[in-house]
Ligand binder design. Structure first.
Ligand code: NAD
Ligand code: TYD
Length: 351
């Protein structure tokens, strides 16, 4: 049985990847390693937690002794690495957590994989790093990020992900470690922690709270439904070429303010409110420091070489996402019940 370690599997994207792999590959044993930070919730995985090919391990990727022992004990065949601090606003407030988890944590995992695969490396082994398009920096009105775009990260978050990408590539060139990297655009969908734009807006619209739009709301993001990202990860993990990078994106660019109006319209209908009610909550607030203007991915390499393409239209994905949040009030209350939001409130004064 192939033993696959997935890190960060209790988080937003990781939980969808775990579900896909556990259900689709009964011949693999999937190990989910997660520290369960504020962003990791085992309730994301209740439907698969009792499957015989699934094991949860609570642990910290920055704990070198623990990680080294874990790899020696279980001898994983492959690693799909998603564990990270992932929110740009938090990285502006607390950069060291990002540097520790994203850079040091990745280095510790690379060393552990290198140590166990050194003697016995086979075609089954791969260290697959899940990264972001934010490593490429900020685009103007024209152009797209390709796999050849030079790295130009601008936030502590994107700089820490760029640092981890560089380490992954360096371990391939220096030690011949079999690695793959993918850089994906903004994800949305069920189970996303309500500090990121789409779930935060859904949460606030539902509760009639102000909708904080940074700056003029003119920044552009390229949105992809999380299950399409999980499908891309499955494709790249199984068919990608070692040493290569793949860009993943939805070819779906939206100005923040247009997206927020669309969401307000969808929610007015679903909540039986008169048209225009939710949009009255829109509030322009101070811009994010160093706010990247535009991200847009050219996913041509992945489409042409591995045949992946997004399956959902944005309006359909957004509607499914809104339905999920409206139907899962218990989840929303559970994940927002700690004191991390209080701390966050004080900084941004937006809730
Ligand atoms: P998330 O914040 O929802 O989840 C991160 C998970 O990592 C959580 O379960 C958390 O408990 C775990 N974690 C954090 N620190 C850890 C540590 N030290 N040890 C073990 N586990 C730890 O993040 P996400 O949005 O699901 O993103 C997952 C990955 O995908 C990240 O690497 C992120 O950079 C990347 N990514 C995210 C997006 C996006 O739009 N969300 C887009 C492209 C790439
Ligand atoms: P976010 O979901 O934090 O993703 P990222 O910054 O990694 O792209 O933010 C998406 C966009 O929405 C970004 O341009 C910042 C903006 N934004 C707001 O205007 N208000 C908010 O409350 C949040 C969280 C984000």
């Amino acid at each position: 049985m192939k033993k696959i370690l997935i890190t960060g599997g209790a988080g937003f994207i990781g939980s969808h990847v775990i579900r896909l792999f556990v259900n689709k590959y009964p011949d693999y044993h999937i190990y989910n390693l997660d520290k369960l930070t504020y962003a990791g919730n085992l309730s994301n995985l209740t439907d698969i937690e009792n499957k015989s090919n699934y094991t949860f391990i609570k642990g910290d990727i920055t704990d070198e002794k623990f990680i080294t022992e874990l790899f020696t004990t279980i001898s994983f065949d492959s690693v799909i690495h998603l564990a990270a601090e992932s929110h740009v606003d938090r990285s502006i407030l607390q950069p060291m957590e990002f540097i520790n988890t994203n850079i040091l944590g990745t280095a510790i995992l690379l060393n552990a994989a290198k140590a166990i695969w050194k003697e016995t490396q086979t075609a089954k082994n791969v260290f697959y790093h899940i990264s972001t398009d934010e490593v490429f920096g900020s685009l103007g009105q024209e152009g797209f990020f390709t796999e050849e775009t030079p790295y130009d990260p601008r936030s502590p978050y994107s700089a820490s992900k760029a640092g981890s990408d560089h380490l992954v590539r360096a371990y391939h060139h220096t030690y011949d470690l079999p690695v793959i990297i993918s850089n994906c655009s903004n994800n949305y969908g069920p189970n996303q922690f309500p500090e990121k734009l789409i779930p935060l807006m859904i949460h606030h619209i539902k509760n009639n709270k102000p909708l904080p739009v940074y700056g003029k709301g003119e920044n552009i993001r390229d949105w992809l439904y999380v299950i399409d990202h999980a499908r891309a990860i499955d494709t790249i993990f199984h068919h990608g070429t070692h040493g290569e990078t793949y860009n993943i994106g939805g070819i779906n660019e939206w100005k923040n303010i247009d997206l927020i109006y669309l969401l307000c319209n969808i929610m007015d209908k679903k909540l039986n409110r008169p048209d225009g009610t939710s949009a009255e909550l829109i509030t322009f607030v101070k811009d994010r420091a160093g706010h990247d203007m535009r991200y847009a991915i050219d996913p041509g390499k992945l489409q042409k070489t591995l045949g992946w393409s997004p399956s959902l239209q944005f309006e359909e994905g957004l509607s499914l996402t809104v339905d999920w949040y409206l139907e899962n009030e218990g989840w929303l209350n559970e994940v927002t019940s700690g004191n991390y939001l209080k701390y966050y409130d004080q900084q941004y004064n937006k809730r």
